[in-house]
Design a protein around this ligand. Structure first.
Ligand SMILES: *Cc1c(COP(=O)(O)O)cnc(C)c1O
Length: 454
């Protein structure tokens, strides 16, 4: 029987991040200010260090990873690649299924891959504090961990509904020494505006981002950090796909299809972009590879959104970015994959989709939990509800292979474990979860409010 667990040595942790911009046929459009003019780095220096802004705008293919960052990555990297023998047998598929387990990080997801370098570069720039937001708590806990590793204070604006429903992620952040507030708060103008309209507002990621950005912009010792969407975040995540390629090499295999759950796009970018690099470099084995971003039908940014300029937050504090969007005041329904409820998407992922170089599909909530339970019962690992989206898409393809007899090689990124999401699994078992397809009318309504500029 071929290997189940494909491991690397610490020295195999990548030495560089891969910047997909170098290989994009159409380069990403620049962020714009409210006047319709490109926003230069000077405007963003109030909330980001120059080193990260350089990465944000870089066209260099390979960007070196600082040694202290690689040192911190050693806490959990390289992460294992698994061959899912048991799942293959359970499905009776001729397909080979592999998955990379990013849930082995201390915070339990792929997000520390970028929280660590963001903390490092801010520390190097003399910053003392980070203000950030979190939805379900995956990003906030990753930033709390990274802040502690590099000696930064961290304040997290946590979307109120999650603050109330996910007390243990809050406890994790406290354990790593971060301050956590339920957003909207009365500490920022953005928060006070929302509370004035609705004192019981459950909050949203867009509002929490506005609060954190406002705080960072108003204090010289404080910067802002974002856990997805931005180019430098996608860049940092490419260690996932690079490690996976080495692991595939070890077993003499190569994927035909790559699947990853897509919220703001960095998880997908991390798993898929290094394979895109092979294709762009003209490698024969990569010419027909299919890279598939998987999103929920309740927040169908890539599959039903519009490719246009929009704000990254609810209040319009961020620059305008060209991306697929459902409108910045889109209020996502309370589905249980909190990490996939963002109205927009990475500019890089959006451009590649628009150019037909990657694919996107949407899957409904109940089917994702069904896949997660099947995966847990075959492979033992309880996946985060976000990751269950990739599992669903991969299982569906494995079943198609069963019908056609095609022995494809399938790969998905297991972006996180679900140990803090058991209440969601319980709801699924109790039959309390529903499928939700975001109605076309609501999408049209949100798109009415797209910014007008220039
Ligand atoms: C945040 C998160 C995602 C989505 O990641 P993006 O980079 O925003 O697309 C997927 N899985 C898990 C476990 C997450 O925490």
């Amino acid at each position: 029987m071929p290997d189940t667990k494909i491991l690397l040595e610490e020295r195999d942790i990548p030495t560089h991040w891969y910047n997909v911009v170098a290989d994009m046929p159409n380069k990403p459009a620049p962020p714009l200010g409210p006047d319709g003019q490109p926003v230069g780095p000077d405007k963003l220096l109030a909330i980001f260090p120059m080193s990260l802004l350089e990465q944000e705008m870089s066209g260099e293919r390979w960007i070196p990873i600082p040694e202290p960052v690689r040192e911190a990555y050693r806490m959990w990297r390289p992460s294992p690649l698994f061959r899912a023998h048991r799942l293959e047998r359970m499905l009776g598929t001729p397909a080979k299924i592999y998955y990379k387990h990013e849930g082995v990080s201390p915070a339990g997801s792929h997000k520390p891959n970028t929280a660590i370098p963001q903390a490092y570069y801010n520390k190097e720039a003399g910053i003392k504090r980070i203000a950030t937001e979190t939805g379900a708590g995956q990003w906030g806990s990753s930033m709390a961990l990274a802040g502690k590793m590099f000696g930064l204070d961290v304040r997290v604006y946590m979307v109120k509904v999650s603050y109330d429903q996910k007390p243990f992620r809050r406890s994790m952040m406290h354990t790593w020494g971060a301050e956590v507030y339920a957003s909207p708060t009365d500490m920022t103008q953005a928060g006070r505006n929302v509370l004035a309209q609705d004192p019981n507002s459950p909050g949203s990621l867009g509002v929490a981002i506005s609060e954190a950005v406002e705080e960072a912009a108003s204090r010289p010792d404080t910067n802002y950090a974002l856990g997805s969407v931005l180019n430098h975040v996608c860049l940092h995540q490419t260690i996932i796909g690079q490690e996976a390629k080495k692991q595939f090499e070890k077993v003499g295999d190569y994927p035909d299809m790559v699947f990853a759950a897509c919220g703001g796009g960095s998880n997908f970018a991390g798993a898929a972009f290094p394979f895109f690099a092979d294709k762009a470099a003209g490698e024969k084995r990569a010419q027909n590879i299919r890279l598939v971003a998987v999103e929920p039908t309740s927040c169908p940014t890539l599959t039903k959104g519009v490719f246009t300029y929009d704000y990254g937050d609810a209040s319009g504090y961020t620059p305008l970015m060209l991306m697929y969007t459902l409108g910045h005041d889109f209020m996502p329904p309370g589905i249980h994959a909190g990490g996939l409820r963002y109205h927009g998407d990475s500019t890089l992922v959006s451009h590649l989709l628009h150019d037909g170089l990657i694919e996107a599909i949407a899957v409904p909530q109940l089917a994702t939990f069904e896949a997660g339970v099947q995966f847990a019962q075959a492979e033992g690992i309880i996946a985060a509800p976000e990751s269950c989206h990739a599992i669903r898409a991969c299982i569906d393809e494995a079943l198609r292979c069963k019908a056609t007899g095609e022995p494809k090689t399938l790969f998905f990124n297991l972006s996180g474990h679900g140990h803090f999401d058991m209440a969601s699994y319980d709801k699924y078992f109790a039959g309390e979860l529903e499928d939700y397809v975001y109605p076309e009318e609501a999408i049209h309504a949100a798109l009415e409010h797209l910014p007008k500029f220039g």
